[in-house]
Design a protein. Structure first.
Length: 496
């Protein structure tokens, strides 16, 4: 089926659409009943939910293309879904649309140890790549805390990072080529197996586009050699400010840790109760700083970092003595999100990025604002690159509690922008942060986003309502929040 020249959808019932899909997909993987659809109503941000028209699970490229072509011909919204571990409601279904699950595209197609690459389908989990590459003494760098479950297609869609992103970068820095399907089912290849390719860098544009521009079908990722040695320093501090200052001082010494994480007292207590790895529960803040490289390089860096921590008032310092201990200490950090469920019935995970020099200021102001709203915040985040992940603790069974949590979350994101940061670092915008987009971007910039979207998806049926706000909504939100739009730059040939 070719391009639908009209933006006016041709009506088709759920049963008729299911019958069309059932002609080439096993009917058990065309899900129409509400009970079976229930697991697909939200992603990891479970406060935002919607039931879809249909859920389909194709398993071949041809099936995937036919689904897209049928949906395009009827102007039916399509929401691509990986493992559903996202945290911005980016995979929340559209009530009139199809959830396109890529769960069956779960094969590692090839590992090339000489080129240090792996060719994988989008449903392969993040951790599975490193496990498969381990026999070649290689691994995949980006490691989100959900790496045991999150898929590489979702990582590309959100430009995911992880605890080692400070030194080794985000997803966009660790992929070479992406094969994708357009909204019309056309197969495109972005990037190449080489380190560079001619023309516009469309792969960088596509990475982090949240399912708005196309559907990932295959990814060629870079693999890294396993370092000769890695050691983790865990240091406790008697204040969040002292720990935040220590982060900046380590970087100032010219040391770039493989990972540099911070946890506050709520996160420390919850994680220690959950995994019992020996965290100092009396500390107000905890830094986890990993150094890797050659044995001599690591030994020198460990001594320098430990010296900085002692000089800036660390109340405890622990250095991993072997690989097992290092993994255990990281397990506490990577288990922090589920562990917080032990101290609060519900939590709202935010994601903003700030300059490292603003860590102490923002964390202090965040706590003051939380106290005003009578809420608790557990902080566990990528301190080295200023990517905050405050967990706002609340009880959804108490009327008005979630509204307060949303209010605090909005304030945190807006304050991140005010100090020179961003409303997201790796979780994406999705539905959750769409009201904060006009805080960071001018009307002209948002218009440009819409132009890019239209170039790939002229009918706007790929993941509609996510990522990019309508300008009318931007103006209404600014008026509601009494916020002036960012200073607008003019483009040649356009009036301001």
């Amino acid at each position: 089926m070719g391009r639908n020249p009209l933006a006016i959808p041709v009506k088709i019932s759920q049963s008729e659409l299911a019958a069309l899909f059932g002609e080439f997909i096993d009917p058990q993987y065309v899900i129409a009943d509400r009970e079976t659809q229930k697991p697909y109503e939200c992603d990891g941000l479970s406060m935002y939910c919607e039931m879809p028209l249909l859920v389909v699970l194709p398993e071949t490229l041809l099936q995937l293309q036919r689904v897209l072509r049928i949906c395009h011909s009827y102007s039916i919204p399509v929401v691509a879904r990986g493992a559903g571990t996202g945290l911005c409601a980016g995979a929340m279904p559209n009530a009139e649309g199809v959830v396109l699950s890529l769960a069956k595209f779960d094969r590692i197609l090839e590992i090339d140890p000489l080129a240090r690459t792996a060719k994988v389908q989008p449903g392969v989990t993040n951790l599975a790549i490193s496990e498969a590459a381990a026999k070649f003494s290689l691994y995949y760098g980006p490691d989100p805390s959900s790496q045991i479950a999150c898929t590489i297609g979702g990582n590309v869609a959100e430009n995911s990072g992880g605890v080692h992103c400070l030194k080794y970068g985000l997803t966009v820095h660790n992929i070479l080529r992406v094969t994708m399907l357009t909204v019309e089912g056309e197969l495109l290849t972005l990037g190449s197996q080489g380190l560079d390719s001619p023309g516009l860098d469309l792969m960088a544009l596509f990475t982090g586009s949240e399912g708005l521009l196309g559907i990932v079908t295959e990814v060629l990722v870079k693999l890294l050699p396993v370092p000769e040695k890695a050691q983790l320093i865990v240091a406790g501090f008697d204040s969040v400010s002292a720990a935040a200052n220590a982060v900046g001082e380590v970087i100032l010494q010219g040391i770039i840790p493989a990972g540099f994480e911070m946890m506050d007292t709520h996160a420390i207590v919850a994680a220690e109760a959950f995994v019992k790895v020996g965290y100092p529960v009396d500390a107000k803040a905890l830094l986890l700083c990993e150094l890797d490289g050659t044995a001599d390089e690591v030994e020198q860096s460990v001594q320098k970092v430990a010296s900085v921590f002692k000089r800036l008032g660390a109340t405890s310092i622990r250095i991993s003595e072997n690989e097992q201990e290092r993994a255990q200490l990281w397990r506490g950090r990577k288990s922090a999100f589920p562990a917080v469920g032990r101290i609060s019935p519900d939590y709202y995970c935010m994601d903003g990025t700030i300059p490292r020099g603003q860590l102490a200021n923002v964390l202090t102001k965040m706590q003051q604002r939380a106290d005003q709203l009578q809420l608790r915040v557990a902080n566990v985040f990528h301190a080295g690159d200023g990517n905050l992940h405050p967990l706002i603790l609340f009880d959804d069974s108490v009327p008005g509690e979630f509204a307060k949590a949303e209010q605090l979350g909005a304030w945190i994101l807006e304050y991140c922008v005010a100090v020179g940061g961003s409303i997201t670092g790796e979780h994406g915008v999705g539905v959750e942060k769409i009201r904060q987009m006009p805080i960071q971007f001018s009307d002209l910039e948002i218009q440009q986003f819409h132009r890019v979207k239209s170039a790939f998806d002229p009918l706007g049926t790929l993941n509609p309502g996510k990522g990019i706000p309508l300008l009318k909504n931007c103006q209404e939100y600014r008026a509601l929040r009494q916020i002036q739009p960012p200073k607008q730059q003019t483009v040649a040939g356009e009036k301001p």
